[in-house]
Each structure stands twice: as structure tokens, then as C-alpha cells.
Design a protein around this ligand. Sequence first.
Ligand code: UDP
Length: 234
Amino acid sequence: MLRPILLKLSGEALRGTADGIFDRHELMRVAQELLSGIDNGARVGIVVGGGNILRGDGISGDKGDPTRGHYMGMLATLINSLALKEVIEDAGGDCEVVAPHNIPNVAHQYNRAQVVRWLDEGVVVVFGGGTGHPFFTTDTTAALRAAEIGADCLLKASNVDGIYTADPRKDSSAKRFETLSFDEAIAGRYQVMDQAAFAICRDQSVSIRVFDMRQPGAIVQALGPTPPGTLVGS
Ligand code: UDP
């Protein structure tokens, strides 16, 4: 059986081009593409962010206690997890939400053995609630969960088609990398993922694929044998 894949979706990815928190149309596209990937044999875990609702590092000083802000950010990721579960089930798939927190009726408390069983059964497992600890990100969560479930690859969904020498939206001379080593990715301080996530993936031999998820069919392709984007590996 193929090893599972860990897909990291930012909160912004669920917003699409809509003004509100979610774009239902975009969510449904994500769900349908995920289920196509599963029909083709992929086993998929998802870590979802919360940036379409709230990021904890926006809360500090006069705005409040940063630690509490990060707990608010973790709750935002759970809201997104439930939105994903809803559309995946509406699209005819099976989905379970797990979290490091004890939060009955919202998520199952994380249990690695159960998660692996669900993945083997073709259930999409959404990891909400981040690591459960403040001052981390959902990129780091994705790296940790990818290592724990023995994922072959961490697919980082982005709004650009890979890692560039500079931000291609600001610098027209920016060049895209086909491949990068972990050490190059860390030394280059590319903003696409946080440094802790790169380091965990390097140490646990989980390759990272950064791809543009906005193209129709991009998620199906990313879950298949010829994924697009930049590959970060050993
Ligand atoms: N967060 C946290 N611990 C974690 C993961 C996330 O405290 O292990 C909080 C943090 O405040 C973060 C927010 O949840 O800003 C939302 O996650 P993230 O910023 O990674 O979301 P994304 O940018 O991917 O939408």
C-alpha cells in the first residue's frame, strides 16, 4: 500500500476569492479533488491553518495576551476543520477531525493508531487544533503529523507554483526552483514555510512539495504520481 500524504492547507486557501471566511465553491472543489485522489489510491491527512479567521501573532500588547491569542488561532483551525469535514461528506467522502485538545463533539482526541486505521480505510483525516501548543504554526504541525503517520510527502498548498529566489509577485526576475535540498531551503529562509517545519521534515526524511493549489485539478495532480511545483528533499 502507498504511504500516506499529508496536505497542508492554509486558512486563506478556504477563503478563495470570497470576502467572507469561506468560499463554499472553493471548499467544494477542494473536497472533490481530494476524493478523486483517494479514488486513485491516495491516503490523505490534512493539516489546516486558521489565517482566514485569526492568527495568534496578531494579538499582543494592547490587543491582549499573545498566549491566549494563539489558543484563539488554534480554535480557528478547528472551525476550518469542521468546514472541510462538511464539504468532504457532502461530496460523498468519509472524513474525521482529530485534535490534540479534548473537545468532544468537535473533534476526536488525537490517537495515532486510530488515525492510521482511518487513513488505511480511505477516510480523510483532518488534523485541527495545531500542535495544541501556543507559539507554533500549522506548518510545524503538518511536519510533525507527516512524520508521525509515516507520510511520503508533505504537500504544501500555496498560491504560487513553487519556491522562488524572491517573491515573484514583487520581483519579475525571480526564478523558480525545480528542486532544493533541505539545507538550501533553510539557508535561503524562503518564506513559503517556517524554518522549524523544514528542519523537522529534513530530520525525519519527509520530502516537501510546494505547489499552486489554485489551478483546477492541481490537488488531484499533487496527490498523483507526477506532482507539480518545487520539491524539497535530501
Ligand atoms: N497555532 C498555535 N499552535 C499551533 C498551530 C497554530 O498556537 O501548533 C495558532 C497560531 O496563533 C497561528 C494560528 O493558530 O497563527 C493559525 O495557524 P497558522 O497561522 O499556521 O495558519 P495559516 O497561516 O496556515 O492559515
